[in-house]
Design a protein around this ligand. Structure first.
Ligand code: BGC
Length: 387
């Protein structure tokens, strides 16, 4: 079965919400233009994908970053629902200051590895420490700072897509093996952005890939932040952490805690709870253990977010076992982006991934990849409206 056919099969799982109506059958489009140059002279392109139902997704080859997602509300008004920046200069300046990984593809290892150490096949590896005392999101120069090679695959029709690829050399940021990574962004006529990840290695290694878009369904920079937006998570358990955000051990039930989003709950409902985990993270910055059933090679519903005011909705489906929900706790009016000055709680990230620090937790789903194996992972972000 081709990837596209398989993708269409997944979509039937997600048909929970209405889509903006379309009066005439149009074609989706993908256009390429020059975006800017990095300070060291690398050429960066902008890719603009628009669906027949009026969802526009823009991304750049620098970090494979989603820079804008323009989504209609229940009245057809368009807003940019992710936090982004207007220029290459902005992205590079933020990266020097620590980053926040706005819209970026993350690798080799999304989330943290404790102390920047892990042991594989009896050998200890030492990683770049960029979030002391841990290694975060691949280290100092993670995939968010690579200029990816981008090949448009389909530029018009019911869906449009582009394949992004990179080679991460053996020893990159301390990780073993030459890793070949491809990520495919596909926009389909049901306003779903599908992200397919694939990777191979020439030596045993570990990996954990995700996208780090920050969503605000009211529009980036909307004055009320995301507290009124209603989140449902398909998870009965989460991973409490130590003060450096490393999981303490086995999952804990969400029942009776501020981490219980099993029924629709405003993001802000319990974010001021006097709970040790909320205090450590300054909000939500935790991995939820997703409930799974049946065929786990298919994306299953992980999260549903709804903005009651605009009616915009976002479903997230994934093949990954975990979902890091991050309420932009450390963004504190340092940056002015396309939507204005971004503040704490202005957005939520839904980072589909394996669990943090898995290489040091043999009881967690494995993040190991061996020569001859291909890593596959799929995440779908599907935008809609609720009347
Ligand atoms: C992490 C946060 C971190 C942020 C940086 C998130 O994925 O969970 O702890 O501060 O990325 O942007």
């Amino acid at each position: 079965m081709t990837r596209i056919k398989r993708h269409q099969r997944y979509l039937s799982l997600a048909a929970l919400l209405v889509l903006p109506s379309v009066t005439e059958v149009k074609s989706a489009t993908l256009a390429t233009s020059f975006y800017g140059s990095t300070q060291d002279g690398r050429h960066v392109n902008l890719y603009t994908m628009t669906s027949a139902r009026g969802l526009t997704v823009k991304f750049i080859s620098y970090g494979g970053r989603l820079t804008e997602i323009l989504a209609p509300d229940r009245k057809g008004h368009i807003a940019d629902v992710i936090l982004g920046f207007p220029s290459m200069k902005d992205y590079e300046a933020k990266d020097k200051e620590g980053g926040f990984y706005f819209g970026a593809l993350i690798g080799r290892y999304a989330n943290r590895i404790a102390g920047g150490h892990f042991t594989l096949d009896g050998q200890q590896y030492t990683l770049a420490i960029n979030n002391p005392p841990n290694s975060l999101h691949g280290g100092i120069k993670g995939f968010d700072k690579f200029v990816w090679d981008v090949q448009p695959i389909s530029t018009s029709g019911p869906l449009v897509s582009a394949k992004l690829s990179l080679t991460s050399p053996d020893g990159d940021e301390g990780y073993p093996g030459t890793l070949q990574v491809t990520v495919t962004y596909t926009l389909s006529d049901d306003n779903a952005l599908t992200i397919n990840y694939e990777a191979t290695t020439d030596k045993d290694t570990v990996l954990n890939l995700t996208n780090h878009a920050y969503f605000n369904l009211a529009g980036a920079g909307a004055a009320g932040g995301v507290f009124p937006q209603v989140l449902t998570l398909n998870a009965n358990a989460y991973l409490p952490t130590d003060k450096t955000s490393i999981p303490l051990g086995p999952p804990e039930p969400v029942s009776g805690t501020p981490f219980d989003f099993r029924t629709p709950t405003p993001i802000g409902a319990h974010i001021r709870a006097n709970d040790p985990q909320i205090l450590l993270a300054r909000g939500y910055d935790h991995s939820w253990v997703l409930n799974k059933s049946g065929d786990t090679s298919r994306p299953q519903l992980a999260a549903l977010a709804v903005d009651p005011d605009s009616g915009r909705t976002l479903e997230c489906l994934t093949t990954e076992p975990g979902l890091q929900v991050y309420t932009s706790n450390f963004i504190d009016a340092q940056y002015a982006g396309i939507g204005g000055v971004y503040r704490q709680s202005d957005a939520f990230a839904l980072e589909t991934q394996h669990f943090p620090d898995s290489p040091n937790h043999p009881d967690y789903p494995t993040t190991e990849l061996k020569p001859g194996q291909t890593f596959y992972s799929t995440t779908i972000f599907r935008f809609g409206v609720q009347q």
